[in-house]
Ligand binder design. Sequence first.
Ligand code: G6P
Length: 478
Amino acid sequence: MPNRLIIVSNRLPLAVEINGNTVSSRQASGGLVSAVSAFLGKGGKERFGEVIWAGIPGCDASIWQKLPGRTEEYVFLPIFIEEQLYDEYYNGFSNSLIWPLFHYFPTFVDYNATHFDAYTRVNDHFAQELLNNLNEHDIVWIHDYHLLPLAAILRQRFPSIAIGFFLHIPFPSYELFRVIPKRWQQNILEGLLGADLIGFHTIDYLQHFTSCLETILKIETNGQHIFWKNRTIKIDAFPVSIDFERFNNASDSQAVREIAAEYSNIKGERKMIFSVDRLDYTKGISNRLKGYERFLENNPEYIGNVIFVLTVIPSRDSISRYIERKKMIDEFIGRLNSRFGSIVWQPVIYQYDHLNFEELIALFLTCDVALITPLRDGMNLVAKEFIASRKDGKGVLILSEMAGASKELTEALLINPNDSDEISEMIKKALEMPFQEQKERIYAMQNRIRRYDVVAWATDFLEQLQQIKSVQLEFEIK
Ligand code: G6P
Protein backbone atom coordinates (compact mmCIF):
# COMPACT_ATOMS: atom_id res chain seq x y z
CA MET A 1 0.00 0.00 0.00
CA PRO A 2 1.65 3.31 -1.04
CA ASN A 3 2.21 5.88 1.69
CA ARG A 4 -0.20 8.72 2.33
CA LEU A 5 0.86 12.27 1.59
CA ILE A 6 -0.16 14.89 4.12
CA ILE A 7 0.08 18.46 2.81
CA VAL A 8 0.01 21.06 5.57
CA SER A 9 -0.41 24.78 4.96
CA ASN A 10 -1.91 27.70 6.84
CA ARG A 11 -5.05 27.84 4.76
CA LEU A 12 -6.86 25.15 2.88
CA PRO A 13 -6.66 25.85 -0.83
CA LEU A 14 -10.08 27.45 -0.95
CA ALA A 15 -11.80 30.70 -0.13
CA VAL A 16 -15.27 30.17 1.30
CA GLU A 17 -17.99 32.52 0.02
CA ILE A 18 -21.29 32.94 1.83
CA ASN A 19 -24.18 34.46 -0.04
CA GLY A 20 -27.39 34.45 1.99
CA ASN A 21 -28.04 30.73 2.59
CA THR A 22 -25.68 29.56 -0.11
CA VAL A 23 -22.16 28.50 0.76
CA SER A 24 -19.67 28.03 -2.05
CA SER A 25 -15.93 28.08 -2.48
CA ARG A 26 -13.39 29.11 -5.08
CA GLN A 27 -9.67 28.46 -5.25
CA ALA A 28 -7.68 30.76 -2.97
CA SER A 29 -5.08 33.03 -4.58
CA GLY A 30 -1.31 32.97 -4.13
CA GLY A 31 1.67 30.95 -5.27
CA LEU A 32 1.45 28.16 -2.69
CA VAL A 33 -2.11 27.13 -3.54
CA SER A 34 -1.54 27.41 -7.30
CA ALA A 35 1.57 25.24 -7.20
CA VAL A 36 0.47 22.47 -4.85
CA SER A 37 -3.04 22.20 -6.38
CA ALA A 38 -1.54 22.06 -9.87
CA PHE A 39 0.81 19.25 -8.89
CA LEU A 40 -1.96 17.17 -7.31
CA GLY A 41 -4.31 17.84 -10.25
CA LYS A 42 -1.65 16.72 -12.73
CA GLY A 43 -1.39 13.15 -11.51
CA GLY A 44 0.67 13.90 -8.37
CA LYS A 45 -2.05 12.22 -6.36
CA GLU A 46 -1.59 8.85 -8.13
CA ARG A 47 1.74 8.27 -6.41
CA PHE A 48 0.14 8.09 -2.98
CA GLY A 49 -2.37 5.89 -1.22
CA GLU A 50 -4.29 9.00 -0.28
CA VAL A 51 -3.63 12.73 -0.14
CA ILE A 52 -4.82 14.76 2.83
CA TRP A 53 -4.58 18.56 2.88
CA ALA A 54 -4.60 20.02 6.40
CA GLY A 55 -5.16 23.72 6.98
CA ILE A 56 -7.47 26.42 8.28
CA PRO A 57 -10.72 26.56 6.29
CA GLY A 58 -11.55 30.26 6.81
CA CYS A 59 -15.05 29.60 8.18
CA ASP A 60 -16.52 27.99 11.27
CA ALA A 61 -17.45 24.32 11.59
CA SER A 62 -21.18 24.84 10.91
CA ILE A 63 -20.44 26.50 7.56
CA TRP A 64 -17.72 24.00 6.75
CA GLN A 65 -20.23 21.14 7.00
CA LYS A 66 -22.15 22.58 4.05
CA LEU A 67 -19.14 22.11 1.77
CA PRO A 68 -17.88 18.82 0.36
CA GLY A 69 -15.01 17.68 2.57
CA ARG A 70 -12.91 16.56 -0.37
CA THR A 71 -12.06 17.10 -4.01
CA GLU A 72 -11.12 14.47 -6.59
CA GLU A 73 -7.51 14.87 -5.59
CA TYR A 74 -7.51 15.20 -1.81
CA VAL A 75 -9.38 14.95 1.44
CA PHE A 76 -9.48 18.07 3.60
CA LEU A 77 -8.45 18.05 7.22
CA PRO A 78 -9.87 21.34 8.50
CA ILE A 79 -8.14 22.92 11.47
CA PHE A 80 -10.35 25.32 13.39
CA ILE A 81 -8.74 28.14 15.35
CA GLU A 82 -10.60 30.50 17.62
CA GLU A 83 -10.97 33.99 16.08
CA GLN A 84 -8.83 36.12 18.40
CA LEU A 85 -6.02 33.57 18.42
CA TYR A 86 -6.14 33.35 14.64
CA ASP A 87 -5.94 37.13 14.34
CA GLU A 88 -2.81 37.28 16.49
CA TYR A 89 -1.20 34.38 14.67
CA TYR A 90 -2.13 35.28 11.08
CA ASN A 91 -2.49 39.08 10.95
CA GLY A 92 -0.03 39.40 13.84
CA PHE A 93 3.09 37.24 13.93
CA SER A 94 2.84 35.71 10.42
CA ASN A 95 1.92 38.79 8.44
CA SER A 96 3.16 41.66 10.60
CA LEU A 97 6.48 40.14 11.63
CA ILE A 98 7.66 37.26 9.45
CA TRP A 99 6.24 38.52 6.16
CA PRO A 100 7.73 42.05 6.29
CA LEU A 101 11.00 40.81 7.82
CA PHE A 102 11.56 38.05 5.26
CA HIS A 103 10.70 40.51 2.44
CA TYR A 104 13.21 43.12 3.65
CA PHE A 105 10.73 45.59 5.15
CA PRO A 106 12.22 45.79 8.67
CA THR A 107 10.50 49.09 9.43
CA PHE A 108 7.11 47.41 8.94
CA VAL A 109 7.85 44.74 11.55
CA ASP A 110 5.59 44.70 14.59
CA TYR A 111 7.42 43.17 17.60
CA ASN A 112 4.73 41.77 19.82
CA ALA A 113 5.19 38.99 22.38
CA THR A 114 1.45 38.16 22.42
CA HIS A 115 1.62 37.54 18.68
CA PHE A 116 4.60 35.22 19.13
CA ASP A 117 2.73 33.34 21.81
CA ALA A 118 -0.30 32.97 19.52
CA TYR A 119 1.96 31.76 16.70
CA THR A 120 3.41 29.08 18.96
CA ARG A 121 -0.03 28.03 20.19
CA VAL A 122 -1.47 27.73 16.69
CA ASN A 123 1.51 25.63 15.60
CA ASP A 124 0.95 23.40 18.67
CA HIS A 125 -2.70 23.12 17.73
CA PHE A 126 -1.82 22.10 14.16
CA ALA A 127 0.54 19.51 15.60
CA GLN A 128 -2.13 18.08 17.92
CA GLU A 129 -4.68 17.75 15.11
CA LEU A 130 -2.10 16.14 12.86
CA LEU A 131 -0.88 13.77 15.54
CA ASN A 132 -4.46 12.51 15.96
CA ASN A 133 -4.51 11.66 12.27
CA LEU A 134 -0.95 10.65 11.35
CA ASN A 135 0.83 7.33 11.27
CA GLU A 136 4.58 6.85 11.05
CA HIS A 137 4.50 5.77 7.38
CA ASP A 138 2.95 9.03 6.24
CA ILE A 139 4.91 11.59 4.28
CA VAL A 140 4.30 15.06 5.67
CA TRP A 141 4.93 18.11 3.51
CA ILE A 142 4.67 21.38 5.41
CA HIS A 143 4.43 24.66 3.51
CA ASP A 144 5.43 28.20 4.27
CA TYR A 145 6.16 30.77 6.92
CA HIS A 146 3.04 30.32 9.05
CA LEU A 147 4.27 26.91 10.16
CA LEU A 148 8.01 27.30 10.74
CA PRO A 149 8.06 25.53 14.17
CA LEU A 150 5.70 22.68 13.22
CA ALA A 151 8.20 20.07 11.97
CA ALA A 152 10.08 20.04 15.29
CA ILE A 153 6.87 19.50 17.26
CA LEU A 154 5.83 16.57 15.07
CA ARG A 155 9.35 15.12 15.21
CA GLN A 156 9.20 14.74 19.00
CA ARG A 157 6.28 12.36 18.70
CA PHE A 158 7.34 10.55 15.51
CA PRO A 159 11.16 10.43 15.50
CA SER A 160 11.38 8.65 12.14
CA ILE A 161 8.45 10.05 10.14
CA ALA A 162 9.32 11.72 6.78
CA ILE A 163 8.84 15.48 6.99
CA GLY A 164 9.59 17.95 4.22
CA PHE A 165 9.33 21.71 4.58
CA PHE A 166 9.15 24.20 1.71
CA LEU A 167 9.41 27.96 2.15
CA HIS A 168 7.43 29.91 -0.46
CA ILE A 169 8.90 33.30 0.45
CA PRO A 170 12.52 34.53 0.60
CA PHE A 171 14.73 33.65 3.54
CA PRO A 172 16.41 36.90 4.63
CA SER A 173 20.10 37.50 5.21
CA TYR A 174 21.51 37.05 8.72
CA GLU A 175 21.82 40.81 9.21
CA LEU A 176 18.09 41.10 8.88
CA PHE A 177 17.08 37.91 10.64
CA ARG A 178 19.10 38.84 13.72
CA VAL A 179 16.92 41.89 14.49
CA ILE A 180 14.18 39.79 16.08
CA PRO A 181 14.50 38.56 19.69
CA LYS A 182 16.95 35.67 20.10
CA ARG A 183 14.41 33.16 21.36
CA TRP A 184 12.21 33.83 18.32
CA GLN A 185 15.22 33.30 16.07
CA GLN A 186 15.92 30.00 17.80
CA ASN A 187 12.34 28.86 17.73
CA ILE A 188 12.18 29.42 13.97
CA LEU A 189 15.51 27.80 13.12
CA GLU A 190 15.13 24.82 15.45
CA GLY A 191 11.55 24.40 14.30
CA LEU A 192 12.68 24.02 10.72
CA LEU A 193 15.36 21.53 11.72
CA GLY A 194 12.59 19.11 12.69
CA ALA A 195 12.22 18.46 8.94
CA ASP A 196 14.31 15.95 6.95
CA LEU A 197 14.38 18.15 3.87
CA ILE A 198 14.14 21.95 3.85
CA GLY A 199 13.52 23.54 0.45
CA PHE A 200 13.91 27.11 -0.78
CA HIS A 201 13.24 28.75 -4.13
CA THR A 202 16.82 29.84 -4.76
CA ILE A 203 20.39 29.13 -3.68
CA ASP A 204 20.61 32.67 -2.24
CA TYR A 205 17.78 31.99 0.23
CA LEU A 206 19.39 28.67 1.16
CA GLN A 207 22.71 30.36 1.84
CA HIS A 208 21.06 32.97 4.04
CA PHE A 209 19.48 30.15 6.02
CA THR A 210 22.77 28.28 6.50
CA SER A 211 24.58 31.45 7.53
CA CYS A 212 21.88 31.97 10.20
CA LEU A 213 22.33 28.38 11.38
CA GLU A 214 26.09 28.77 11.56
CA THR A 215 26.01 32.11 13.33
CA ILE A 216 23.04 31.70 15.65
CA LEU A 217 22.96 27.97 16.44
CA LYS A 218 26.70 27.34 15.74
CA ILE A 219 25.79 24.40 13.52
CA GLU A 220 28.18 23.30 10.79
CA THR A 221 26.73 22.66 7.35
CA ASN A 222 28.36 21.56 4.11
CA GLY A 223 25.93 23.61 2.01
CA GLN A 224 23.77 20.56 1.29
CA HIS A 225 23.45 18.77 4.59
CA ILE A 226 23.08 19.75 8.20
CA PHE A 227 24.08 17.45 11.04
CA TRP A 228 21.93 18.13 14.04
CA LYS A 229 21.06 16.04 17.10
CA ASN A 230 22.21 12.79 15.43
CA ARG A 231 20.14 13.47 12.34
CA THR A 232 21.13 14.34 8.79
CA ILE A 233 18.95 17.04 7.25
CA LYS A 234 19.07 17.89 3.58
CA ILE A 235 18.69 21.43 2.23
CA ASP A 236 18.27 22.39 -1.41
CA ALA A 237 16.80 24.89 -3.86
CA PHE A 238 13.61 23.95 -5.72
CA PRO A 239 12.31 26.88 -7.80
CA VAL A 240 8.54 26.50 -7.68
CA SER A 241 6.82 26.34 -11.03
CA ILE A 242 3.49 26.13 -12.85
CA ASP A 243 1.40 23.68 -14.83
CA PHE A 244 3.06 24.69 -18.10
CA GLU A 245 0.76 22.73 -20.44
CA ARG A 246 -2.39 24.17 -18.88
CA PHE A 247 -1.22 27.74 -19.49
CA ASN A 248 0.34 26.95 -22.85
CA ASN A 249 -2.84 25.34 -24.18
CA ALA A 250 -5.24 27.83 -22.62
CA SER A 251 -5.39 30.01 -25.73
CA ASP A 252 -7.13 27.12 -27.55
CA SER A 253 -10.18 27.41 -25.30
CA GLN A 254 -13.30 28.93 -26.85
CA ALA A 255 -14.19 30.73 -23.61
CA VAL A 256 -10.76 32.36 -23.43
CA ARG A 257 -10.96 33.43 -27.06
CA GLU A 258 -14.33 35.06 -26.57
CA ILE A 259 -13.14 37.08 -23.59
CA ALA A 260 -9.88 37.97 -25.37
CA ALA A 261 -11.90 39.24 -28.37
CA GLU A 262 -13.87 41.52 -26.05
CA TYR A 263 -10.69 42.86 -24.46
CA SER A 264 -9.14 43.41 -27.90
CA ASN A 265 -12.11 45.55 -28.85
CA ILE A 266 -11.60 47.72 -25.80
CA LYS A 267 -7.88 47.92 -26.51
CA GLY A 268 -8.45 48.93 -30.14
CA GLU A 269 -5.32 50.16 -31.92
CA ARG A 270 -3.57 51.06 -28.69
CA LYS A 271 -0.74 49.19 -27.01
CA MET A 272 -1.55 47.52 -23.71
CA ILE A 273 0.52 46.95 -20.58
CA PHE A 274 -0.86 44.52 -17.99
CA SER A 275 -0.11 43.53 -14.41
CA VAL A 276 -1.84 41.42 -11.77
CA ASP A 277 -0.84 40.90 -8.13
CA ARG A 278 -2.34 40.35 -4.74
CA LEU A 279 -2.56 43.66 -2.89
CA ASP A 280 0.78 43.76 -1.09
CA TYR A 281 3.48 46.33 -0.35
CA THR A 282 6.07 43.78 -1.50
CA LYS A 283 4.65 43.81 -5.02
CA GLY A 284 5.93 47.29 -5.85
CA ILE A 285 2.65 48.54 -7.32
CA SER A 286 3.37 52.20 -6.49
CA ASN A 287 6.87 51.91 -7.96
CA ARG A 288 5.32 50.44 -11.09
CA LEU A 289 2.92 53.37 -11.38
CA LYS A 290 5.82 55.81 -10.88
CA GLY A 291 7.74 54.10 -13.68
CA TYR A 292 4.68 54.31 -15.95
CA GLU A 293 4.19 57.97 -15.07
CA ARG A 294 7.83 58.65 -15.97
CA PHE A 295 7.28 56.80 -19.26
CA LEU A 296 4.33 59.05 -20.14
CA GLU A 297 6.31 62.16 -19.19
CA ASN A 298 9.28 61.12 -21.32
CA ASN A 299 7.30 59.80 -24.27
CA PRO A 300 4.32 62.10 -24.88
CA GLU A 301 3.71 60.46 -28.27
CA TYR A 302 2.31 57.51 -26.31
CA ILE A 303 -0.33 59.61 -24.55
CA GLY A 304 -3.64 58.32 -25.86
CA ASN A 305 -1.90 55.37 -27.51
CA VAL A 306 -1.22 53.05 -24.60
CA ILE A 307 -3.29 51.70 -21.72
CA PHE A 308 -2.12 50.11 -18.51
CA VAL A 309 -4.56 47.50 -17.19
CA LEU A 310 -3.76 47.06 -13.52
CA THR A 311 -5.52 44.28 -11.64
CA VAL A 312 -5.09 44.07 -7.90
CA ILE A 313 -6.48 41.09 -6.03
CA PRO A 314 -7.84 41.89 -2.55
CA SER A 315 -5.64 40.41 0.17
CA ARG A 316 -5.05 40.61 3.96
CA ASP A 317 -7.38 43.57 4.20
CA SER A 318 -7.55 43.62 8.01
CA ILE A 319 -3.89 44.66 8.30
CA SER A 320 -3.25 48.41 8.44
CA ARG A 321 -0.21 48.29 6.11
CA TYR A 322 -2.43 46.74 3.45
CA ILE A 323 -5.26 49.23 3.98
CA GLU A 324 -2.73 52.08 3.67
CA ARG A 325 -1.28 50.56 0.51
CA LYS A 326 -4.72 50.30 -1.09
CA LYS A 327 -5.34 53.97 -0.37
CA MET A 328 -1.97 54.96 -1.83
CA ILE A 329 -2.61 53.01 -5.03
CA ASP A 330 -6.16 54.40 -5.42
CA GLU A 331 -4.87 57.95 -4.98
CA PHE A 332 -1.92 57.47 -7.29
CA ILE A 333 -4.14 56.16 -10.07
CA GLY A 334 -6.64 58.98 -9.55
CA ARG A 335 -3.83 61.51 -9.83
CA LEU A 336 -2.27 59.84 -12.88
CA ASN A 337 -5.58 59.57 -14.70
CA SER A 338 -6.48 63.18 -14.00
CA ARG A 339 -3.01 64.39 -14.98
CA PHE A 340 -2.80 62.62 -18.35
CA GLY A 341 -6.35 61.46 -19.09
CA SER A 342 -9.04 62.99 -21.26
CA ILE A 343 -12.72 62.36 -21.94
CA VAL A 344 -11.82 59.64 -24.44
CA TRP A 345 -8.74 58.07 -22.81
CA GLN A 346 -7.49 57.09 -19.37
CA PRO A 347 -3.87 55.92 -18.93
CA VAL A 348 -4.75 53.35 -16.22
CA ILE A 349 -7.66 50.93 -16.18
CA TYR A 350 -7.81 49.71 -12.62
CA GLN A 351 -9.62 46.68 -11.26
CA TYR A 352 -9.62 45.67 -7.59
CA ASP A 353 -11.12 42.20 -7.75
CA HIS A 354 -10.48 38.50 -8.28
CA LEU A 355 -9.92 37.18 -11.81
CA ASN A 356 -10.97 33.77 -12.97
CA PHE A 357 -8.62 31.62 -15.05
CA GLU A 358 -10.19 32.50 -18.42
CA GLU A 359 -10.10 36.24 -17.72
CA LEU A 360 -6.49 36.03 -16.59
CA ILE A 361 -5.41 34.22 -19.75
CA ALA A 362 -7.42 36.58 -21.95
CA LEU A 363 -5.58 39.53 -20.37
CA PHE A 364 -2.21 37.80 -20.86
CA LEU A 365 -3.09 37.24 -24.51
CA THR A 366 -4.36 40.75 -25.18
CA CYS A 367 -1.49 42.69 -23.65
CA ASP A 368 1.76 43.63 -25.37
CA VAL A 369 3.76 43.90 -22.18
CA ALA A 370 3.49 42.30 -18.73
CA LEU A 371 4.97 44.63 -16.13
CA ILE A 372 5.96 42.79 -12.94
CA THR A 373 7.91 44.92 -10.48
CA PRO A 374 7.99 43.45 -6.95
CA LEU A 375 10.33 45.03 -4.42
CA ARG A 376 10.87 41.49 -3.11
CA ASP A 377 9.20 38.25 -4.13
CA GLY A 378 10.09 34.65 -3.25
CA MET A 379 9.39 33.52 -6.82
CA ASN A 380 6.47 35.25 -8.65
CA LEU A 381 4.47 32.70 -10.57
CA VAL A 382 2.54 35.31 -12.58
CA ALA A 383 5.73 35.93 -14.58
CA LYS A 384 5.95 32.23 -15.48
CA GLU A 385 2.21 32.03 -16.22
CA PHE A 386 2.40 34.97 -18.64
CA ILE A 387 5.33 33.49 -20.54
CA ALA A 388 3.75 30.01 -20.70
CA SER A 389 0.43 31.30 -22.00
CA ARG A 390 2.00 33.14 -25.00
CA LYS A 391 2.06 30.19 -27.38
CA ASP A 392 2.04 32.78 -30.18
CA GLY A 393 5.49 34.00 -29.09
CA LYS A 394 4.19 37.55 -28.76
CA GLY A 395 4.56 39.87 -25.80
CA VAL A 396 7.38 41.11 -23.61
CA LEU A 397 7.95 40.49 -19.92
CA ILE A 398 9.46 43.27 -17.82
CA LEU A 399 10.50 41.70 -14.54
CA SER A 400 12.02 42.93 -11.30
CA GLU A 401 15.41 41.47 -10.48
CA MET A 402 14.15 41.23 -6.85
CA ALA A 403 11.80 38.36 -7.81
CA GLY A 404 13.12 34.80 -7.44
CA ALA A 405 11.80 34.17 -10.98
CA SER A 406 14.41 36.55 -12.43
CA LYS A 407 17.08 33.89 -11.81
CA GLU A 408 15.37 31.62 -14.36
CA LEU A 409 13.65 34.11 -16.68
CA THR A 410 16.85 35.74 -17.83
CA GLU A 411 15.50 36.71 -21.26
CA ALA A 412 12.94 39.04 -19.64
CA LEU A 413 13.77 42.75 -19.55
CA LEU A 414 15.09 42.89 -15.99
CA ILE A 415 14.68 46.08 -13.99
CA ASN A 416 15.41 47.47 -10.57
CA PRO A 417 11.94 48.36 -9.20
CA ASN A 418 13.31 51.44 -7.42
CA ASP A 419 14.55 52.95 -10.66
CA SER A 420 11.64 54.76 -12.37
CA ASP A 421 13.89 55.82 -15.25
CA GLU A 422 14.87 52.24 -15.94
CA ILE A 423 11.23 51.09 -15.81
CA SER A 424 10.31 53.89 -18.21
CA GLU A 425 13.12 52.97 -20.65
CA MET A 426 12.21 49.30 -20.53
CA ILE A 427 8.52 50.02 -21.18
CA LYS A 428 9.56 51.89 -24.32
CA LYS A 429 11.94 49.14 -25.35
CA ALA A 430 9.27 46.49 -24.75
CA LEU A 431 6.56 48.34 -26.68
CA GLU A 432 8.89 48.76 -29.63
CA MET A 433 10.58 45.36 -29.61
CA PRO A 434 10.48 43.60 -33.02
CA PHE A 435 8.36 40.45 -33.11
CA GLN A 436 11.35 38.22 -33.96
CA GLU A 437 13.11 39.25 -30.74
CA GLN A 438 9.93 38.86 -28.65
CA LYS A 439 9.54 35.36 -29.99
CA GLU A 440 13.13 34.33 -29.36
CA ARG A 441 13.00 35.56 -25.79
CA ILE A 442 9.61 33.99 -25.02
CA TYR A 443 10.41 30.60 -26.50
CA ALA A 444 13.74 30.40 -24.66
CA MET A 445 11.92 31.03 -21.36
CA GLN A 446 9.10 28.63 -22.27
CA ASN A 447 11.60 25.83 -22.82
CA ARG A 448 13.00 26.35 -19.37
CA ILE A 449 9.58 26.43 -17.66
CA ARG A 450 8.39 23.40 -19.66
CA ARG A 451 11.39 21.37 -18.44
CA TYR A 452 11.00 22.29 -14.78
CA ASP A 453 7.24 22.57 -14.43
CA VAL A 454 5.25 22.15 -11.24
CA VAL A 455 5.26 18.36 -11.49
CA ALA A 456 9.06 18.35 -11.81
CA TRP A 457 9.27 20.73 -8.82
CA ALA A 458 7.13 18.58 -6.53
CA THR A 459 8.57 15.28 -7.80
CA ASP A 460 12.09 16.55 -7.26
CA PHE A 461 11.20 17.63 -3.72
CA LEU A 462 9.42 14.39 -2.79
CA GLU A 463 12.15 12.19 -4.30
CA GLN A 464 14.84 14.03 -2.39
CA LEU A 465 12.78 13.59 0.74
CA GLN A 466 12.65 9.84 0.19
CA GLN A 467 16.35 9.77 -0.59
CA ILE A 468 17.37 11.51 2.60
CA LYS A 469 15.15 9.14 4.57
CA SER A 470 16.99 6.15 3.13
CA VAL A 471 20.37 7.76 3.86
CA GLN A 472 19.26 8.30 7.47
CA LEU A 473 18.12 4.69 7.68
CA GLU A 474 21.44 3.35 6.38
CA PHE A 475 23.25 5.50 8.88
CA GLU A 476 21.08 4.15 11.72
CA ILE A 477 21.63 0.49 10.65
CA LYS A 478 25.42 0.97 10.56
C1 G6P B 1 1.93 34.01 -0.63
C2 G6P B 1 2.30 33.08 0.50
C3 G6P B 1 1.23 32.02 0.69
C4 G6P B 1 -0.11 32.67 0.85
C5 G6P B 1 -0.40 33.59 -0.34
C6 G6P B 1 -1.74 34.32 -0.19
O1 G6P B 1 1.97 33.34 -1.85
O2 G6P B 1 3.56 32.49 0.27
O3 G6P B 1 1.50 31.24 1.83
O4 G6P B 1 -1.13 31.71 0.97
O5 G6P B 1 0.64 34.54 -0.42
O6 G6P B 1 -1.79 35.00 1.02
P1 G6P B 1 -2.90 34.71 2.13
O7 G6P B 1 -2.45 35.46 3.31
O8 G6P B 1 -4.17 35.21 1.52
O9 G6P B 1 -2.94 33.22 2.33
